[in-house]
Design a protein around this ligand. Structure first.
Ligand SMILES: [Zn+2]
Length: 269
């Protein structure tokens, strides 16, 4: 779908109180999740099985319902953007005058990967200085992936992400509770600050080298695995990811369907 259409959708979702992300015309997991909630709230009849559609169909279907409820006929509410849907959404946009230019990128709390050095400063080096790191206490006890008898009650964080990380950890803890975090293996720590290059690269530094990335449960979320194998891709982990994403953090699993263990405070270039 065209960014203009997504921007309209995001604007409507935000007005419904369902979406707190950027109005940037880019469809992502936050937009999809909000569109899904909007579909249940808008009260329009939907085809059987709609709730297990992939995210893009929820986004399209939400626009279809919004167009229909505004008096424009998108055809069947099926989550596919055929010609009638495109025309109805176009008419909806014309009627509401929301076709504005892109907002400034400052709507995002975190820089793109390319902008990380300018935003966070120099990365750490194995033998050299570290970025400004602080210990963020964790509301639940982590087990160390490579030695499960060892535990930790803090994560290293770049000082600029520490407040955000603190809020995230408390929300996750509040949502799942200690026992469920343990059962879901969300208490298995696989990495925070690490002054190293990106895996598979000889030049590009890992986001871990700035202390702005975390890995969870690497044994059940191997680097090359996609959503068909990675544990963190399962539906019970959706709230976990939505809590990170509400603060602008990026899951490589949810954006690239690899490295499901990993989350970072940097957008993809
Ligand atoms: Zn990682």
């Amino acid at each position: 779908m065209h960014p203009t259409h997504i921007r309209l959708l995001q604007t409507r979702l935000a007005a419904m109180g369902l979406y707190a992300g950027a109005i940037d015309g880019l469809r992502g997991p936050l937009t999809d999740a909000a569109a899904r909630r909007a579909l249940s709230r808008l009260g329009h009849p939907l085809p059987k099985g709609w709730n297990i559609w992939p995210g893009y169909r929820h986004a399209t279907a939400a626009l279809q319902v919004m167009a229909r409820q505004a008096g424009f006929d998108p055809g069947t509410i099926d989550g596919h953007s055929g010609l009638r849907t495109l025309e109805a959404v176009r008419a909806l946009i014309d009627s509401t005058g929301t076709d504005r230019p892109d907002p400034p990128v400052t709507a995002h709390p975190w820089p793109t990967e390319r902008g990380v050095p300018a935003f966070f400063g120099p990365h750490g080096r194995p033998e050299g200085p570290r970025p400004p790191l602080v210990q963020v206490p964790t509301p639940w006890t982590f087990r160390i992936a490579w030695d499960l008898s060892q535990t930790r009650r803090f994560l290293w964080a770049h000082e600029r992400t520490a407040a955000s990380l603190t809020r995230i950890l408390h929300r996750i803890h509040h949502h799942y509770g200690e026992q469920r975090l343990h059962d879901l293996r969300l208490d298995i720590f696989s990495g925070d600050y690490a002054p190293r290059l990106m895996r598979g690269s000889s030049t590009k530094w890992s986001m871990h080298a700035w202390g702005i990335a975390y890995d969870f449960d690497d044994t059940e979320n191997r680097l090359p695995w996609g959503a068909d194998r990675a544990r963190l891709a399962r539906p019970e982990y959706r709230p976990f990811w939505e809590i990170w994403e509400a603060e602008g953090w990026v899951s490589l699993g949810r954006t690239r369907d690899r490295d499901w263990m990993h989350v970072q405070a940097a957008r993809l270039d």
